[in-house]
Structure formats: structure tokens, C-alpha cells
Design a protein around this ligand. Structure first.
Ligand code: SF4
Length: 229
């Protein structure tokens, strides 16, 4: 694409970082107004289990498995009563089913023993559950409880570092920098915008830079693709 033909390319790339970040966020918000989690769920427990299942698996595949799973085992009491083998048969197609089964059963038992069968709402409690790291905790806090949180998954990590919303080598520092660079009331939405952009345009192996509406603002494009993952 001839950059001179794009009206968006009028922005001076040397303009200050905050202006650029504001512009990136504005364009992402305009493009992905409907962005939300692509996992199907009806309550915090279902979202927690679905997010555990989504590790190394597509949301689409998880959504094929969870309706039947939650019909048969709707809450932590039913899930905690299963053996890993029984649960493994249900979630086999999501991959890593042995580990995921053990984690879901143990998490269900802890929810019953420590939290009255409810999913806790804070980071410390959530990350004390087996199979629940910061990313899963942030997804649950943000989507199930409406808290301001920014979960950094593989898409958010890649896209935010390519764009220059963060410049970090690891997920934790990416999360910290995004929290500094994005207004708090936009954290949860920004998580979804970045995932949408990563799935549709800024793909891992072959980003579609030519057709990307953020090309003129992107660090990856403007600094010799130094920030690729
Ligand atoms: S210009 Fe390329 S690297 Fe930058 S956000 Fe768009 S697709 Fe990703």
C-alpha cells in the first residue's frame, strides 16, 4: 500500500508516544465496537472452567465442548465429584486434558471448601486456584465481575508489543505497561480489541500489515519489524 495515499498517514511518526497511543486506542475502539469474549458462559464458574479449557485451545473448540459439559455438571459440586478420567473423557478434544481435568476438579473442590462454592473476585484468591494464572484471573475478573483488568494472552502480548503499546519481553511486564498506557476504564475493552486485531489482522506468523488500519502508527512497521515475537 502506498502510505502517501492514506489519510491516516498524515500523523507525524515522531509525534509523542502518548498521542500515538491515544490514536491507536481510538482507532481500535472504532473498529472493534462489538469486541467481547468469544467464550460462551452463563456464570462466573462456567467462565472460569471455559478459560482453563481455552489454554492451548481455540475458543471455538471450547464452545463446542462446554454446553454439554455444563448441562451434565453445572457447578463445582458436580465437577468436584468427578474423577480425572471421567472429566478427561468430556474435555479430551480441548487438549492437555489430563492436566486440565485435575485442575478443574481441584479448583472445584477448593471453591467448595474455601469460597462457599462461589468463584472469588480478587486476583490473589483466583490465582491460588490450580490452573488459574494471572491471565485467567484477569479474564474472569473483567468479564464475569465487570472489574477493570487487562489479561495478556498470546494475542495481546504480540499485538501490543508490535504496536508499541508496550515494549516488554514478558507477559507480566506487558500487563504492567498496558495498565500504565491505557486508561483504567478501558483495560477490559482494550484486551478484547487487541485479541480481535490479533486474530483478524495482526496474526502471529503473517501480519496483514498492508491492509492494517494501524499501519501508520505501528512500531513494528516503522522500526524495521524489530518488535516481532
Ligand atoms: S501494521 Fe502489521 S504489525 Fe502493526 S498492528 Fe498492523 S498488522 Fe500488526
Amino acid at each position: 500500500m502506498d502510505k502517501s495515499k492514506s489519510s491516516r498517514n498524515q500523523i507525524d511518526y515522531s509525534s509523542d508516544k502518548k498521542t500515538k497511543i491515544r490514536e491507536i486506542l481510538k482507532l481500535l475502539e472504532e473498529e472493534y465496537t462489538e469486541a467481547t469474549t468469544e467464550l460462551d458462559y452463563t456464570n462466573p464458574f462456567e467462565l472460569l472452567v471455559a478459560t482453563i479449557l481455552a489454554a492451548q485451545c481455540t475458543d471455538r473448540q471450547v464452545n463446542k465442548v462446554t454446553p454439554g459439559l455444563f448441562r451434565k455438571y453445572p457447578g463445582p459440586a458436580e465437577m468436584a465429584a468427578l474423577t480425572p478420567e471421567e472429566l478427561g473423557k468430556e474435555i479430551y478434544s480441548c487438549g492437555f486434558y489430563k492436566t486440565k481435568s485435575r485442575n478443574i476438579i481441584e479448583t472445584s473442590r477448593l471453591l467448595l471448601a474455601e469460597y462457599g462454592g462461589q468463584v472469588p473476585e480478587d486476583m490473589e484468591s483466583l490465582t491460588s486456584l490450580p490452573g488459574v494464572g494471572r491471565k485467567t484471573a484477569n479474564v474472569v475478573m473483567s468479564n464475569a465481575f465487570g472489574k477493570d483488568a487487562i489479561a495478556v494472552d498470546t494475542h495481546v502480548f504480540r499485538v501490543s508489543n508490535r504496536l508499541g503499546l508496550a515494549a516488554a519481553e514478558d507477559v507480566l511486564n506487558t500487563e504492567k505497561q498496558l495498565m500504565e498506557n491505557i486508561p483504567k476504564n478501558k483495560w477490559s475493552e482494550a484486551h478484547h480489541w487487541l485479541i480481535y486485531h490479533g486474530r483478524r489482522v495482526c496474526k502471529a506468523r503473517k501480519p496483514d500489515c498492508e491492509n492494517c488500519f494501524l499501519q501508520h502508527l505501528c512500531r513494528y512497521q516503522n522500526e524495521g519489524q524489530a518488535s516481532d515475537d
